[in-house]
Design a protein around this ligand. Structure first.
Ligand code: PSV
Ligand code: MN
Ligand code: MN
Length: 431
């Protein structure tokens, strides 16, 4: 039996912090009530919020240059589920896990589903991988996958995606995220239009295999590994392809997949307006696809994204349900600590956006009062909602201070004993 944090330990640690939290919470309740906001309603909203974990995020990531493995890293998908379970146990905001195949392939889907259920987890969208060659596959993706000129390579990539749908279906997932690294490194290497035509042909075959209640998420990315021209480089291409494919195809926005300074919140607004915003991969970046912890570099951008999501939810109601996932790589931190902190930062941005005085905002917009409109957003962004987030966790059975509790539990030390280092292992599970 692998080590788990004892709920009694959580209760004891919370008991020490509870009085301070209660007083912070009451102080914030007073501030918010003067603004006409009900703290209890906000706490309920925070408790209902969820963001899915990337299975590949619980191992130490690595860069193109090196990977410095951590202690007690997960050895397989079952260990990953244990770590995701711990993150959810303490934060109560991450009930979904997003798997990546073939990294997370298992022959025993029932056992995996059972393991997840024991932690109160379910499976969110599954991810295919045709940006690497898997051991033993017949054809290489060196020159592309869904867009490859060789029809046998394309057929293999399509078959892998259909296999992912079947694996996900057995696990209770409801979506497939497709990100491909296809493109060109040199001008002239590829016929730009031809590549997209082949992509659409491949995606039509994948789309046809989707169960009735599934969505396919098209994830765009500006560059890397194709450094001259990436086939699905931007939201325009993603939107056009999702439109061509049909209503079960939506666009997925990974915050790290744009040129620096791109107005991502405007992309969010556009996709939401036209009913094609499928979901997110949250992370943060300074330069490119840095995969840093959410909210660690530009929390204001994250807030502005959620401000657009709030607007879309107000307009479209229950019909607007984008999938929220983290997609990060952890190189210098304990992945569990990074994922807990990031999930809470995403939840924080959601709550700050809920605090926007929308009446005041539209009043200032109507009067062309740019300064006061900006100040209205800033007032919400500057509000420290930490006490609400902590109270939401406490009431849902989580930790008032997840990182402090995790460290006090010595979870990682237990895992170091349980999971001895294996030479050559990588975070994704591919050796
Ligand atoms: C690509 O950069 C990406 O963001 C896609 O979501 C992949 O599936 C993921 O990273 C994992 O490597
Ligand atoms: Mn991503
Ligand atoms: Mn990425």
């Amino acid at each position: 039996m692998s080590y788990r944090i004892d709920p009694q330990f959580i209760a004891e640690q919370n008991a020490r912090a509870h009085q301070q939290l209660q007083s912070d919470y009451e102080a914030l309740a007073g501030v918010l009530s003067r603004r006409g906001c009900d703290i209890e309603a906000l706490t309920g909203q925070a408790q209902a919020f969820a963001v899915a974990l990337p299975s590949w995020g619980v191992g130490t990531g690595g860069t193109r240059f090196a990977r410095f493995p951590g202690q007690g890293e997960p050895r397989n998908v079952f260990d990953k589920i244990d770590d995701c379970g711990t993150i959810h146990q303490l934060t109560r905001v991450t009930p979904g896990v997003s798997l990546h195949f073939p990294w997370d392939r298992t022959t025993d889907a029932r056992a995996l589903r059972e393991a997840a259920t024991q932690h109160g987890l379910h499976f969110d969208a599954v991810n295919s991988n045709t940006f690497q060659d898997a051991a033993g596959q017949a054809h290489s993706y060196k020159f592309g996958s869904l867009t490859a000129l060789d029809p046998e390579v394309r057929a293999q990539a399509v078959a892998h995606n259909i296999d992912c749908i079947e694996l996900g279906h057995a696990l209770g997932s409801k979506g497939l995220t497709v990100w491909i690294g296809d493109g060109a490194n040199f001008p002239g290497q590829s016929n730009l239009r031809g590549a997209l035509e082949r992509y659409l042909e491949s995606m039509r075959a994948i789309y046809a295999a989707l169960p009735a209640d599934w969505l396919v998420y098209i994830e765009h990315k500006l560059f890397e590994p194709a450094f001259y021209a990436t086939t699905i480089a931007d939201w325009g291409t993603s939107f056009a392809c999702a439109t061509e494919l049909g209503p079960k195809a939506k666009c997925l926005v990974d915050l790290g997949h744009h040129a620096p300074n791109t107005n991502i919140e405007m992309i969010v607004a556009r996709l939401a307006q036209f009913g094609k915003l499928g979901g997110f991969h949250f992370n943060d970046s300074k330069y490119g696809d840095d995969d840093l912890d959410s909210g660690s570099i530009n929390p204001f951008q994250l807030f502005l994204v959620f401000n657009e999501l709030r607007d879309a939810a107000q307009r479209d109601g229950q019909a607007f349900r984008p999938a929220y996932m983290l997609d990060q790589s952890h190189n210098v931190t304990d992945p569990i600590e990074s994922l807990m902190t990031s999930a809470v930062e995403v939840q924080r941005a959601y709550l700050q956006a809920a605090l926007v005085d929308t009446q005041a905002l539209s009043h200032h917009q109507k009067n062309n009062d740019a300064l006061m409109a900006a100040q209205t957003l800033k007032q919400a962004f500057r509000t420290d909602v930490s006490a609400i987030l902590a109270m939401a966790r406490y009431r849902s059975g989580g930790a008032i201070d997840p990182v402090a509790l995790y460290r006090a539990s010595a979870y990682r030390d237990h895992k170091r004993e349980e999971r001895p280092v294996v030479a050559g292992r990588s975070s994704s599970g591919i050796v």
